[in-house]
Each structure stands twice: as structure tokens, then as C-alpha cells.
Design a protein around this ligand. Structure first.
Ligand SMILES: Nc1nc2c(ncn2[C@@H]2O[C@H](COP(=O)(O)OP(=O)(O)OP(=O)(O)O)[C@@H](O)[C@H]2O)c(=O)[nH]1
Length: 388
């Protein structure tokens, strides 16, 4: 994840500032310039970066801070708050409610990862006990319906689409009607993405939106879009009422800073991000934990959530009891390694711990570490079996 590089640069700038003997105007400026450079290199829009720098300078007035104030902490906090402000449009997006029908429409440019993301979004909710359904209103790209059908079948999610019908509005309306009758609580409408014929794309999108009256329109954005992100996101927002953003391909070589620009352009929050092609390579986006991870400060609440997801509820107190009594057996270690593997890519898990950054665990190394854990587990398995 290249955003981790941004995180690495920002934490290095903060560390340099922390190791300075005296925090004066010069040290603060050097730190801010370093952060500005890192943000611009990550494709964050120039105006956003300039505003952030001005705001921090306004908040951190070194002359006014009496001796005894922890200037490092104040600067760090100001940087943290400003980065959060960049990613937080100030109003939450519509949140669908389990058991109550919501229609969610996905829009975005061709190849942004819309179709894949629709299934990831459906699968994420299905795992939490929702009844999602997918409607393929992309009649432009040959193969779009097959792709959605294949993904949906794999995840056992009901879907609707047609090989014959060429009117996306008709398909969208029929699909939504059908799944409403079937009491699905999350009806997801995938629309076509195009590159060149943008006027036609926007008109079609507007018509699908008018006909299906979605509760939420999600703009899917490829993180590699770079500086173009602001204008693209704005164009979508001007045609349909985008209410949330999902950023895809955060695992790739993209600089990722476009996400911040998309938030500014659509005034809508990022709600999830995609970190791979697989169905479960999808993470909830929360501003504070994200910025915290970006600055290498960890995300304990995310880490605890992951643990709760993978360690069965009934085993959690027993595990804590055993650990607090100092009972750490080979069997417990084996089980915890198993849980660790279930928590997802190892780099993602480590990036939740303070002092770690996903930059420290590039994708190739991640596979290597995962394979090593699996080898240890096989060894332990045979050792524990021998002991029985
Ligand atoms: N690495 C990575 N690849 C992704 C991610 N999300 C989607 N992709 C891949 O991106 C490619 C394009 O994704 P699609 O879902 O087909 O894109 P789309 O926006 O629906 O495309 P159109 O229907 O042509 O508009 C596919 O190869 C996906 O597997 C992600 O988070 N990470």
C-alpha cells in the first residue's frame, strides 16, 4: 500500500522534529515542509495541502506557548487533527439498516473496480447477517453481467441481470422491484463505467438514479487516479447525488492521495477501501484509526475488533484467563497462529500495532511470512499430536 509510504514520510518528519533539542519556528517549518512534500508526492490536491499547512501554523503559535507546554505533542496533535479534517467531510453518509430495505447504487469510471466492489460490499454485509442482492445495470461492457453473476454465485448472493435487454434503466427497475418483493435489505445496483463517452455515461447514470431512487450513491474510485481524482469525483457529484466514496486498489502502486481529494470534491466520506482482488480484501474506513495508522500510532480498536471477529466469543474469556495465569502451551500458540491467519493479510494486521507501518511488510514479504506461519503450524501440529 503506497499510502504507507506517505505514512512513513510523515512519521519520519515527526520523528525528526521529536529528536530536535529545541522546537522553534525553523524546526516546525522543516517538519511541515516535509509533510507537504509527502502529501503532494502522494497526489493530494495542492489547495488541500496548502490549507492544511496554513491551519497548522495558525493553531501552533510557538511564541504564545509558554515554557512547559509539550510543543511536540501539540504539533503532532495539530497534524493529526488536520489530516482527519481532510478526510472527514463533516457529515456522515447514509447508513443502511439491517432488516429495512435500502437501495445502494454504485457509480465510477470504467475499470475502477465497481463490479468487484459491489460484490465485496454485498459479501461484507452478508457475513454480518444481512440479506443483500446484486443488480447488474451495466449493459455497456460485454461480460459485465457474467462477471457479476460469477462473483455473486461464488458468494451465494442473489443477482439479477439480462443478456438480452440493453436498457440499463429497465433492468435496474426490474431488479430492484424483484428484490424488494423478496425482502432483501440491501439491494446493490451496479452501473456501467465508461471512459470516453462521458456525457452518455452521466445521462444514463442520472436516469438509473431517477428510476431506482437509491438511498445511497457510492462513487468508486481507483486509488491510482492521482491528481485527476478531484475533477472526476466532482463531475460525478454534479450528475448524481454521491453520498459516499469507496477507494479501490490501495494494495497496488498507487499513491492513494487522490482519496483525500475525492472526499473534498464530493463532500462525502470514504466508507470502505479495497486492498486486493479477493472478496474479503475490503476494509471499513474510519478516519481516526486510519490517520493513526498512517502516522504509525496504531489502531487498537481495529485490532481488538479483528480479534473479536476471529476468536469465537465463547473462547475469549477462557483464553484471557489462561494467558493471565501464565498458561501458554504449544496448543494455545497453535490456535492463536490459526486465528492470526484468519485475521487477514499479515501486513494489514501489523499496521494496526503502534510503531508498525504497512510499509514494513511489502506484499511479497507478506506472503512469505504467511507461508512461514503455516510451516510452523504444521510443525507444531505434528509435535502436539505426538504429545497426545
Ligand atoms: N489489486 C486490486 N484489484 C482490484 C481491486 N478492486 C478491483 N480490482 C480489479 O480491478 C479490475 C477492474 O475491476 P472491475 O470490477 O471489473 O471494474 P469495473 O469498474 O466494474 O469496470 P467496468 O464494468 O468496466 O466499469 C479487476 O481486475 C478487479 O479484479 C482492489 O482493491 N485491488
Amino acid at each position: 500500500m503506497v499510502l504507507a509510504e506517505l505514512g512513513g514520510s510523515i512519521s519520519r518528519a515527526l520523528q525528526q522534529m521529536s529528536s530536535a533539542t529545541v522546537i522553534d519556528e525553523k524546526v516546525l517549518n522543516e517538519c511541515l515542509n516535509e509533510i507537504t512534500r509527502a502529501l503532494l508526492q502522494s497526489d493530494v490536491q495542492f489547495k488541500l495541502v496548502r490549507d492544511m499547512q496554513t491551519n497548522i501554523k495558525k493553531i501552533v503559535n510557538l511564541d504564545d506557548l509558554a515554557a512547559g507546554h509539550n510543543k511536540r505533542k501539540i504539533i503532532q496533535q495539530a497534524i493529526f487533527n488536520e489530516l482527519c479534517k481532510m478526510l472527514d467531510p463533516g457529515k456522515p453518509s447514509f447508513v443502511p439498516k439491517k432488516g429495512k430495505t435500502s437501495v445502494v447504487m454504485f457509480v465510477g469510471l470504467q475499470g475502477s473496480g465497481k463490479t468487484t466492489t459491489c460484490t465485496k460490499y454485498a459479501y461484507y454485509h452478508q457475513k454480518k447477517g444481512w440479506k443483500p442482492a446484486l443488480v447488474c445495470a451495466d449493459t455497456f461492457r460485454a461480460g459485465a453481467f457474467d462477471q457479476l453473476k460469477q462473483n455473486a454465485t461464488k458468494a451465494k448472493i442473489p443477482f439479477y441481470g439480462s443478456y438480452m435487454e440493453s436498457d440499463p434503466v429497465k433492468i435496474a427497475v426490474e431488479g430492484v422491484e424483484r428484490f424488494k418483493k423478496e425482502n432483501c435489505d440491501l439491494i446493490i445496483v451496479d452501473t456501467s463505467g465508461r471512459h470516453k463517452q462521458e456525457a452518455a455515461l452521466f445521462e444514463e447514470m442520472r436516469q438509473v438514479s431517477e428510476a431506482t431512487k437509491p438511498d445511497l450513491v457510492i462513487f468508486v474510485m481507483d486509488s491510482s487516479i492521482g491528481q485527476a481524482a478531484f475533477d472526476q469525483a466532482l463531475a460525478f457529484k454534479q450528475s448524481v447525488s454521491v453520498g459516499a466514496v469507496i477507494v479501490t486498489k490501495m494494495d497496488g502502486h498507487a499513491k492513494g492521495g487522490g482519496a483525500l481529494s475525492a472526499v473534498a470534491a464530493t463532500k462525502s466520506p470514504v466508507i470502505f477501501f479495497g486492498t486486493g482482488e479477493h472478496m474479503d480484501e475490503f476494509e471499513v474506513f474510519d478516519v481516526k484509526p486510519f490517520v493513526s495508522r498512517l502516522l504509525g500510532m496504531g489502531d487498537w480498536s481495529g485490532f481488538m475488533d479483528k480479534i473479536q471477529e476471529v476468536v469465537p466469543m465463547d473462547q475469549q474469556p477462557e483464553l484471557l484467563q489462561k494467558l493471565s495465569e501464565g498458561h501458554f502451551t504449544l496448543r494455545i500458540m497453535y490456535e492463536q497462529f490459526q486465528n492470526l491467519l484468519k485475521m487477514g493479510p499479515i501486513g494489514q494486521v501489523f499496521s494496526m500495532l503502534p510503531g508498525f507501518s504497512a510499509e514494513l511488510m511489502p506484499k511479497g514479504r507478506e506472503k512469505e511470512s504467511q507461508a512461514k506461519i503455516k510451516r510452523y503450524m504444521t510443525m507444531m501440529d505434528s509435535m502436539t499430536n505426538e504429545g497426545n
